[in-house]
Design a binder for this molecule. Structure first.
Ligand code: F6R
Length: 605
């Protein structure tokens, strides 16, 4: 999605902003732009370009000095990707510059009104209305001008504004799109993502919705859109700047897959309680009595996080015996759901900023529900909006497609399920068994990662397929869903995921030699049923790649993964298929870290 970076201080701002934009490249974008002020006159100078940050960089003139500036990477919503539609947007007198993430819902009405007053628009964007509204305000201060503009805007925004007549400041505001201030020594930064700040400072302030801030070189203040001071105090970001680098790997995806053992180790660390065969999850804000009162659990997430939620729901039902299910948050929020006071809702999101999930959480809270968050990014909107929850501690994930965050989210659900189970009816012996299984995970993940050369060969063999089927049963079905999503996202091979039990109810008609099937075949109580499905496919001359705990006779190839406890097997069985998707995409020459049409965090509808 779009990215914002801004700086005010003493340094030459353009290189710093371009470097910041590069750090945001992973979010997906189609154009970029930068504005800086002239140190002497305060006049605004702007360069914009359709394409990548390097296209913008090539256009920035040698003499482009300035010590205050704002920059943006855009992912087109209103108006096609083009130089003119790129942000920042300036008013005709070149006094006001605005960068904006989000969508102005009433842009068409506002545009018509402004045009009727004689305003000539340069672009097709919704953002440009904000620029004109600020430029036309007669208020005395920049803060008041921005506030007046925001009063008439409906929609979501994270904005940063510069004004040639108020050259000592940048004014920013947030409503539904992240804005994070970076607090430095005699310099201040702003960005939509800590990735763009971390090389300069780890002291940050995350604005709340409805909050604004004024940044000056040696000072900042925060206040609400109605003008009340909010006195935010900076927090320290734990992530290292180096964790945003490629670390010797060819792609972020490869780096992030290879980090999964240590990431799982991190989510387990300090949480296991051997004395009571349970785990402690500090931030849940749900005491034992309340946990016992929960009658049902509903998990909401999108995409990969929804798949993690499906595995989570299975774990909660198995270990805690609480009825649980998962639903795409994007669907839930539009179907006027019945909100039940005895249901515990869990919002799951790696970024903590996905708009569909955030909107579902806000709707639930409005209806009086209790909502927990299972989130990776500390201090993100969903984490703050929830009543409590747990962080998944995967570290930053830069690649657009999620791998280590998915794995850690599922482990976090296993911890939650164990915690709830041990408050309810899970025995000490079963608690111990699950803890032992959890402790084995990092070493078993390393074992799977070491199989990469073998998986690479298999991927090369299947890379020619036009389409692929993924099947799994009960615990294996969400694994199949996630593996199929990974393959489509980065290789663009069409893939379908079906419960193995549903094959004979329709999709079996598709099976033929040209449609390979990837089958999840754990060695659990459904093994024989899964083997029967393989027989059915083989009888129709379908090619089969199995992920299993022992070699499968009916399969053309089997990836044999280490066995854990039955309930925890899904955590491991998806990992070889991440590698499979990766090497398939690589064999097909795809841009792994930036798949077409996708962006890392979807902060708009
Ligand atoms: C796919 C992927 C997406 C996200 C989805 C929700 O690899 O990463 O499907 O899971 O867009 O994002 P988060 O988890 O940040 O809420």
């Amino acid at each position: 999605m779009c990215g914002i970076v801004g700086y005010i201080g003493k340094r030459d701002v353009a290189p710093l902003l371009l470097e910041g934009l590069q750090r945001l490249e992973y979010r997906g974008y189609d154009s970029a732009g930068v504005v800086v002020n002239s140190p002497k006159s305060g006049a605004l100078k702007m360069v914009k370009a359709k394409g990548r940050v390097r296209d913008l960089e090539a256009r920035v003139p040698k003499r482009f000095a300035g010590t205050t500036g704002i920059a943006h990477t855009r992912w087109a919503t209103h108006g096609a990707p083009s130089d003119v539609n790129s942000h920042p947007h300036l008013d005709p007198e070149n006094k006001v510059a605005v960068v904006h993430n989000g969508i102005v819902d009433n842009a068409a009405d506002l545009r018509a009104k402004l045009e009727a007053e004689g305003v000539v628009f340069a672009s097709e964007t919704d953002t440009e209305v904000i620029t004109h509204l600020i430029a036309r305000s007669l208020a005395d201060s920049l803060e008041e001008k921005v506030r007046e503009a925001l009063k008439v805007i409906e929609g979501t925004y994270g904005i940063a504004v510069m004004h040639a007549d108020f050259a000592d400041r940048i004014v920013v505001a947030r409503n539904g799109s992240p804005v994070i201030l970076g607090i430095g020594e005699k310099e201040m930064l702003v960005a939509s993502d800590v990735a763009a700040l971390i090389a300069h400072t780890r002291q940050v302030v995350t604005l709340n919705d409805g909050e604004m801030a004024t940044l000056k070189a040696d000072d900042f203040r925060t206040y609400t859109t109605s003008g009340t001071q909010t006195n935010a105090t900076p927090e320290t970001v734990e992530w290292e700047a180096a964790s945003f680098d490629m670390g010797g790997h060819d792609t972020y995806m490869h780096k992030e897959m290879s980090e999964q053992a240590e990431a799982v180790d991190r989510v387990l660390r300090g949480r296991i309680d051997d004395r009571f065969s349970t785990v402690h999850l500090g931030g849940l804000n749900l005491d034992a009595r309340e946990a016992r009162g929960v009658r049902r659990i509903k998990i909401l997430g999108c995409g990969t996080s929804y798949h993690a939620g499906l595995i989570g729901a299975g774990l909660i039902e198995e270990l805690a015996r609480i009825p649980a299910d998962a639903e795409p948050a994007s669907e839930f929020r539009y179907r006027n759901p019945v909100v039940d006071p005895d249901t515990l809702y869990i919002a799951v999101s790696q970024s903590g900023e996905t708009y569909d999930v955030l909107a579902a959480v806000q709707e639930l809270k409005r209806k009086g529900a209790r909502v927990l968050g299972v989130v990776n990014v500390v201090g993100s909107a969903i984490a703050r909006e929830a009543d409590g929850g747990t962080y998944v501690h995967a570290g930053p994930e830069v690649c657009v497609v999620s791998t280590k965050c998915f794995t850690n989210t599922v482990v976090a659900f296993a911890l939650l399920a164990l915690h709830l189970g041990r408050i309810r009816d899970l025995s000490v012996a079963d608690g111990k068994r699950i803890i032992e299984g959890l402790r084995k995970l990092p070493a078993q993940i390393e074992e799977i990662l070491a199989m990469e050369p073998e998986i690479e060969k298999l991927a090369q063999e299947y890379a020619g397929a036009q389409s692929m089927m993924f099947i799994g049963r009960v615990r294996g079905y969400p694994v199949a869903l996630e593996a199929s999503l990974k393959l489509k996202e980065i290789s663009y091979i069409h893939a379908e995921a079906y419960p193995a039990s549903e094959l004979k109810h329709g999709p079996l008609a598709l099976i033929e030699p040209a449609l390979p099937t990837v089958a999840i075949v754990p060695n659990d109580d459904l093994l024989e049923k899964n083997r029967a499905a393989l027989e059915e496919i083989k009888a129709r001359s379908g090619r089969i790649l199995a992920v299993a705990h022992q070699n499968q006779e009916k399969a053309d190839h089997t990836i044999v993964v280490p066995k854990n406890e039955d309930e925890l097997d899904p955590i491991l069985m998806g990992i070889p298929l991440q590698l499979f998707a990766y090497h398939t995409a690589l064999a097909m020459g795809r841009d792994i870290d930036k798949p077409r049409n996708l962006a890392k965090s979807v902060t708009v509808e």
